[in-house]
Design a protein around this ligand. Structure first.
Ligand code: S3P
Length: 470
């Protein structure tokens, strides 16, 4: 197989200007693509697991964003039939049993590889690798320059232990997959880092293994896959070994040979809501309500951290819907104190450090994050890029190998900043402009549409003075 060309998404560059001096008031919802998007992690899983199910699945409030669009495009290439109408995704699953007949929907016995472009989405690349092993598809998976920098041996090595025929390019994308002999070899494996992407990739491959697969993680990574697979009839046991603080997941391949289809409604994405929560906490006079937000405890480390900082956040109407905790959040302007963040909380707020850094910059005293080396392997090196950009607007940011510290409550000056191709950096740099002395201009802000296309209009609806320009 040839190495495919390195595609970079060509998008028109735009910038946003955030002017200080507004108050955020009002209500935000998450339904039908308005307000905050449906949860991105759940959307990826729902699309892929529905494709692996037998029969028709329906997923309401599906997140239609840059990163989930590449997953859907990949399913198109694999000839999995799906339709989107008003953020409801309907998928006709093709099952987990390999089909060797020539009119198979997926080209399992094709001689030429399917070339799949995963854009900026590491979740798509890592999760899809597990599913492609199940379907025995010959494929090349590639992405943008940013995605080519993300570590891939973390999935390639354990997949190889399962006898999946996969290799990386110097530890990175492009990844090359050839059909493997089924069943795959069951795995007993300790993950080098707590990672839901590695775990999910391996649990997908484990669906067609010759016995139970056991995965051991050093932290509580998000458990959406386990919840969704269980709802589809897969037998999964999760436990915690308290003395060494290990998190154990054991999957038994479905004896029936199939997964039941899904009929679910996804909650709003907590990781998108995080920017609005912090925006309200730091902006004097603000009070906002965000309805229908996913509150899975493996995702809400930021809520605990902010509450420890003295944040006024209320959780209302907490219920369980489609197997996930969901509720409404009310956040009001608060006097924040510095805080220490480490241990399991880091895993439970792994995507929220850009938002947290803004809260820390506005808090009294020093905040310190340790044990967060994984931040260097996200859409940007989030320790270094946050430091570079936050210092530009006056934040006293101290970089450490596995974290950072911020001396808060210093004047935020404003200025021109660069999101380093990272959607979450772009959003955190935007909200700091709400309390700066002069406007903050975020260059290349189109990257925000990777996860929260309505970000600017939601801020505007709440009363923020934000302008979008090209
Ligand atoms: C994700 C898991 C996390 C997170 C990413 C989405 C997922 O990555 O940072 O945005 O959907 O499983 P890791 O599993 O690599 O920590």
């Amino acid at each position: 197989m040839d190495i495919p060309k390195n595609h970079n998404m060509v998008k028109r560059s735009s910038s946003i200007t955030i002017n200080p001096g507004s108050t955020l008031l009002g209500e935000v919802n998450s339904s039908n693509g308005r307000g905050i998007p449906g949860d991105k992690s759940l959307s990826h899983r729902a699309a892929l697991l529905a494709a692996l199910a037998k029969g028709e699945s329906q997923v309401k409030n599906f997140s239609i964003t840059g990163v989930t669009e590449v997953m859907l495009a990949a399913l198109n290439q694999l000839k999995v039939p799906w339709e989107l109408e008003d953020n409801t995704l309907t998928i006709q699953g093709i099952g987990i049993k390999p089909r060797f007949v020539s009119n198979s929907p997926v080209s399992m016995v094709s001689q030429s590889p399917v070339s799949i472009h995963c854009g900026n989405s590491a979740t798509t690349m890592r999760l899809l690798s597990g599913a492609l092993a199940v379907w025995r598809v010959m494929a090349v998976l590639d992405g943008t320059t940013s995605l080519r920098n993300r570590p891939m041996l973390r999935i390639v090595e354990p997949l190889q232990k399962m006898d999946v025929n996969i290799r990386a390019t110097d530890g990175h994308a492009p990844l090359f997959l050839h059909p493997s002999q089924l069943p795959l070899r069951a795995l007993d494996y300790t993950l080098p880092v707590a990672s839901a992407q590695i775990k999910t990739c391996l649990l997908l491959a484990a669906l067609v293994a010759d016995g139970d697969t056991t995965l051991i993680e050093p932290g509580p990574s998000r458990d959406h896959t386990e919840r969704m697979m269980r709802a589809m009839g897969v037998s999964l046991e999760c436990s915690r070994q308290p003395t060494e603080n290990l998190f154990i997941t054991r999957l038994t391949p479905p004896g029936s040979g199939f997964l039941n289809p899904l009929n679910i409604e996804l909650p709003g994405d907590f990781s998108a809501a995080a920017f609005l929560i912090v925006a309200a906490l730091i902006t004097p006079g603000s009070k906002i309500t965000i309805n229908n937000v996913g509150l899975n405890p493996t995702r809400t480390g930021l809520l605990d951290t902010l509450q420890a900082m003295g944040a006024k956040i209320q959780i209302l109407n907490l219920v369980e819907r489609s197997g996930e905790p969901v509720g409404d959040l009310v956040a009001s302007h608060s006097h924040l104190q510095g805080v220490l963040v480490g241990g399991d909380t880091v895993v439970r707020m792994i995507d929220e450090f850009p938002a947290f850094a803004v809260a820390a910059a506005c808090a009294e005293g020093v905040s310190k994050v340790t044990g967060a080396l994984e931040l260097r392997h996200k859409e940007s090196d989030r320790i270094s890029s946050l430091g570079i950009e936050l210092r530009k607007v006056g934040v006293l940011f101290n970089e450490m190998e596995d974290g950072f510290s911020i001396k808060g409550d210093q004047p935020i000056l404003g200025g021109i900043v660069n999101p380093h191709g990272d959607h979450r950096l772009a959003m955190s740099l935007s909200i700091i402009g709400l309390i700066s002395q002069s406007p903050v201009i975020v260059r290349d802000s189109e990257i925000i549409s990777e996860s929260f296309p309505e970000f600017v209009s939601v801020l505007q609806q709440l009363g923020a003075k934000v302008e979008q320009g090209v």
